[in-house]
Design a protein around this ligand. Sequence first.
Ligand code: UFG
Length: 326
Amino acid sequence: MTARILVCGGAGYIGAHMVRRLQLDGHDVVVLDNLSTGHRAAVQGAGLVEADLLDAPELARVFDAHRFDCVMHFSARSLVGESMARPYEYYRANVTGTLNLLEAMQRAGVQRFIFSSTAAVFGTPRAPVIDETHPTAPINPYGATKLMVERVLADAATAHGLRSVSLRYFNAAGASPQGGIGESHVPETHLVPLAIAAALDTGRRLQVFGTDYDTPDGTCIRDYVHVDDLADAHVRAMDLTAREPGAHAFNLGNGAGFSVREVIASVGRVSGREVPFEEAPRRAGDPPVLVASSTRARDVLGWTPQYRDLDAIVRTAWDWHRAPAY
Ligand code: UFG
């Protein structure tokens, strides 16, 4: 059934892939984005409301103008290091902004909400593979803001009957194989785009942050999951809110970890180029290993990531970065 969906942060990396998927499924999409990190060119074929979640009157106008069946919320400040240095900005944007959105939804009677959460809610992992029973203990303001919203969603389920799903992404990577949208952060801090940038530009060297971790090759291990697989999980989460009340949370990853050196090797294979790199000190706040168990997402949502192979993920990123549209 066709739904009308508000995608907050639909001009950003993951949000733009979500919008494309919803359009392919025949839904009617409105994007709300303040374009602070998103890109106007990423919003294709959907209405764009250029507004900030801190502007409550403008939010009320958006909900007056449209009758939404569901809200998906991707807007956030999302850099761990920056959140350590500028916590107020993170709490204001990620917590106050989300509260404004939830209150606008409540006034408009919108009862279904899909929230972009993060592996950072878990803090330092206490298990080699992280499932939903793992304790949540964020070690930076970014993760703390996301966990606070998860708590708000649980309270909103009890108080107001809000139906929500929090999706904790591990390492989002790749781009739409159809082209036209992809990852474009300024500044870029993520491994896959920076490794590709080093392959493309011989003047640049990737810095490998830490080579003395207690991992097989000494570098950090992460769980890379394709952005279109994340979008697919959101579609399934939205379906869940149609049949289940309550506040739900799922961890989303591939279930396989790859080290920084393995990612560099993958970019080398896919690009056919050398990836110049140098060893550098550890980056503050990086846990050695972050790998998801997505068993609950598989069992409850029926989610199966289509991109299982790191090279397949990196290939879609490589195709985007060779000729980015924005
Ligand atoms: N890395 C490098 N060199 C770089 C960039 C990254 O060696 O130039 C390493 C990092 O140290 C880390 C790995 O590559 O070990 C992945 O780093 P990313 O910055 O790509 O991703 P993170 O794992 O740090 O971050 C992701 C999400 C965050 C989330 C976090 C949870 O992007 O939103 O996982 O810890 F908060």
